[in-house]
Design a protein around this ligand. Structure first.
Ligand SMILES: [Zn+2]
Ligand SMILES: [Zn+2]
Ligand SMILES: [Zn+2]
Ligand SMILES: [Zn+2]
Ligand SMILES: [Zn+2]
Ligand SMILES: [Zn+2]
Ligand SMILES: [Zn+2]
Length: 684
């Protein structure tokens, strides 16, 4: 279009140049936007100069000059007003004609049938038709002109309501709602529907939180039901229902603190915790062994009420027993009693100490005896003459377990040394099992006490008062030595001759000594020759301590009658000799060397001996009438009677001396011992 218009303007410029300025006024240029055109006009207007004038040219006729009446110039060309083309459209835009009218003469018209193009310039809406713009185009004078016509001829579309995206508009409380359905084609297209509302409590109210009601809005559209929901927290909260019947108490182990938790019955998450105040009381005092109990009471206040709970804790230290002293129960136990509680006793076995056979152990705790005696340390003790005793060796113990009498009843049994089958009376000793030996010193007398052979005792020094040792074994095999006192009688003397022989014959020729036990069988009178020699021993014994008579003369109560003569009966009695139970009667003193016993008596025992000295011939007894000299003699129960006449009716007579001289000083080994010695005489 613009291209066309420009060309037209250039053409008109050329015309102006040709016709001069006068004509130019006719060609007022429409105000336009083409500056080039304006410039052309201004540059060429001042130089025109017209000669003819007047007249009016037409499109087809030149003007007639008013001056000259001549046709001059040029006719006007048609000035078709393309600026104001009249377009005649059919209503539907499908065709149009353009009428171009000449400005010079409106009767001059050019009609042209336009060519039509069309374009939808406004699309159809859902309810409004769209517009088609038709363009009519013509060619005129080498230029193209157009006109347009808008025809609302595009059919409407259907609404496309978007049910997928319904907009629900709720009132806040959910009580009503509207649904807006918007057309996808045009958001201006909306359908609004008021929903029907139903509701349901979907979250019940809690104690503190409101519950939720879910409202459901429902609409019907196009035979379809659409719903939307809205949750509104509008259910009033319930109140807590704290369960004070079931308070949970949480105690510290030591009972010194506690918390109470009260839980809501509605919701166990709802809890009230309170720190309790604590009081305590000793409800069970401590015993000696058992701890005492403290009852702690926890107290809380809640909602104007007081709640308590208690907890017993065994937290009081036990006392220790306060035991007193141990006290013996007499049954090897001792008991001590607690001073805190007499029910508390402790009984233990006694202990310590050491038992002996005489005393029980003494308990180190209670100080009383307990247990058993210790076994006796029994041993045979055989140092007693009477009996062997199996007794306890412990010092101070009197325990005798067994005794073995090792003496016999027979105090002194006389056994003849000549008897080879003597019966040894052992009655009185304890029963024994067997005989080990029967010994006299080193001489064995066999093993049968009922038949002992005393002839085995050939040494007459072993005769006399002896002890035979009967060694036996008891039922336990223990050996005991039974002492059997015997008197082994070497010879019974019944005649002066026998006495004569005995006192003159050494049995021990080495020592020139006479051993043996000689016993008078009866009174012997040896006053008649030759037996008066009984008091007249002619054997000469050495004056020592081993020679002479060293045996025993046992008078057995008999009387030996003779008279004093040289060397007496024995000549010499020496150590070990015994003279006993005899009465010596001297009927007279011969007046020579005189003595009853002998010229010496040493270490001899006189026992129960009577000396009776008569004077039948008027000769006075001289000195040393019993023995001439002596020492270490023992005299017991010796009586000497010296008569002046021939019998005991006469008066006592004077006597020189009785026991000779050489008596040692008292207190020495050789001193004589006088005991109950009676001397009857007129003077001594
Ligand atoms: Zn003219
Ligand atoms: Zn014309
Ligand atoms: Zn629509
Ligand atoms: Zn609650
Ligand atoms: Zn106690
Ligand atoms: Zn004790
Ligand atoms: Zn003992």
């Amino acid at each position: 279009m613009k291209q066309i218009k420009k060309k037209l303007i250039l053409l008109m410029m050329c015309l102006c140049v040709t016709f001069g300025g006068a004509a130019c006024d006719l060609f007022d240029m429409p105000s336009g936007d083409d500056s080039g055109v304006t410039e052309s006009n201004s540059n060429n207007s001042s130089s025109d100069d017209c000669a003819h004038s007047g007249g009016t040219p037409t499109c087809t006729e030149k003007p007639t000059c008013s001056i000259c009446g001549e046709k001059y110039g040029e006719a006007l060309n048609h000035a078709y007003d393309v600026e104001n083309i009249a377009w005649a459209w059919v209503d539907d835009g499908s065709s149009a004609t353009a009428t171009i009218t000449c400005k010079n003469d409106a009767t001059h018209k050019v009609e042209k049938t336009a060519t039509i193009t069309s374009e939808i310039t406004t699309s159809a809406g859902c309810e409004e038709m769209g517009t088609t713009t038709y363009t009519a185009t013509i060619e005129h004078d080498g230029t193209t002109y157009t006109a347009t016509k808008a025809v609302q001829d595009v059919a409407v579309k259907q609404h496309a309501y978007d049910v997928e995206n319904i907009a629900w508009a709720w009132v806040d409380d959910g009580s009503s709602a509207t649904a807006t359905i918007t057309c996808k084609n045009d958001a201006e297209h909306k359908i609004e529907k008021t929903a029907t509302i139903t509701s349901e409590i979907t979250t019940p109210a809690g104690c503190e939180e409101m519950g939720t009601t879910t409202y459901t809005a429902t609409i019907e559209y196009n035979e379809t039901t659409y719903t939307a929901t809205k949750a509104v927290q509008n259910v009033a909260a319930t109140q807590h229902d704290y369960d004070v019947q079931n308070i949970a108490w949480a105690w510290a182990d030591d009972g010194l603190s506690a918390t109470a938790t009260i839980t809501c019955k509605n919701d166990a998450e709802h809890k009230i915790e309170k720190t309790a105040s604590i009081t305590s009381k000793i409800t069970t005092p401590a015993g000696c062994e058992e701890m005492g109990t403290t009852t702690y009471t926890a107290t809380i206040e809640y909602d104007g009420n007081t709640y308590t709970a208690t907890k017993d804790i065994q937290d009081i230290e036990a006392k220790k027993h306060a035991y007193g002293a141990w006290d013996s129960n007499g049954d090897n136990t001792h008991t001590r009693v607690c001073e805190n509680d007499s029910e508390h006793t402790e009984t233990l076995n006694c202990n310590g100490g050491a038992a002996t056979c005489q005393a029980k152990a003494v308990c180190v705790d209670c100080g009383k005896e307990y247990g058993d005696y210790a076994d006796h340390d029994v041993q045979w003790v055989k140092d007693d003459a009477e009996k062997d005793v199996k007794k306890c060796a412990a010092e101070g113990c009197n325990k005798v377990e067994k005794e073995f009498i090792k003496t016999v009843t027979a105090e002194n049994q006389e056994l003849m040394a000549t008897n080879n089958a003597a019966v040894l009376d052992v009655a009185g000793c304890s029963a024994y099992e067997s005989v080990v030996s029967i010994m006299l010193g080193t001489v064995s007398l066999g093993t049968n006490p009922s038949v002992i052979d005393l002839t085995q005792v050939t040494d007459k020094a072993l005769h006399g008062v002896q002890t035979i040792i009967l060694t036996v074994k008891d039922t336990e095999g223990e050996t005991h030595e039974v002492s059997v006192p015997v008197t082994i009688v070497t010879q019974m003397v019944s005649t002066a001759q026998e006495l004569y022989d005995i006192t003159r014959t050494a049995t021990d020729t080495t020592n020139n000594a006479i051993f043996g036990y000689y016993k008078l069988a009866n009174d012997i009178n040896c006053t008649a020759a030759p037996y008066w020699a009984g008091f007249n021993n002619s054997v000469s014994f050495d004056n020592n301590e081993i020679a002479g008579f060293r045996g025993t003369l046992d008078g057995d109560g008999h009387t030996l009658t003779g008279f004093i003569h040289a060397n007496g009966l024995f000549g010499q009695v020496n150590f070990g000799a015994t003279i006993k139970d005899i009465t010596f009667v001297s009927t007279k003193n011969t007046g020579s060397a005189t003595a009853v016993i002998g010229n010496a008596s040493k270490g001899t025992t006189y026992e129960n001996v009577n000396f009776v000295l008569y004077n039948s011939d008027g000769t006075k007894y001289p000195k040393s009438v019993i023995f001439a000299q002596g020492w270490a003699n023992v005299m017991k129960g010796v009586t000497v009677k010296v008569y002046a006449g021939a019998d005991s009716t006469s008066e006592y007579a004077d006597v020189g001396s009785l026991f000779g001289n050489w008596h040692w000083i008292a207190g020495t080994t050789y001193a004589d011992k006088y005991e109950n010695v009676m001397v009857y005489c007129a003077s001594l």
